[in-house]
Design a protein around this ligand. Sequence first.
Ligand code: FES
Length: 131
Amino acid sequence: MALYSEKVMDHFRNPRNVGVIEDADGVGEVGNAKCGDIMKIYLKIDDDIVTDVKFETFGCGSAIASSSMATELIKGRPVSEALSLTNQAVAEALDGLPPHKIHCSVLAEEAIKNALDDYYAKHPEKKPQAE
Ligand code: FES
């Protein structure tokens, strides 16, 4: 079996949503100290919907494929779904990652969560209230 799925190779070769959103509502950046890879996610949010999302990833092919897939999974979706996106969901949508590359999908989950934290820090009134 090939080490990487067709989907990983596709998103690595043709990453979706690469770039910067200048007037982003939330920006999240994370890095992995061991491999040195860095991922940055930009979110545009209107009416609790992620209307646009872009990423810049300085990292391995799996990190690029994970960022690309993660942005596809949350684009056009409610903020609540973006908040609950897991790295497992990203890896599954890519038809799996090799075990030693799972941390690359974790970066995508963390970058999105950081971007949403940034959004809530700028717009505290949007933060869901605890029951
Ligand atoms: Fe670190 Fe892929 S090797 S993000």
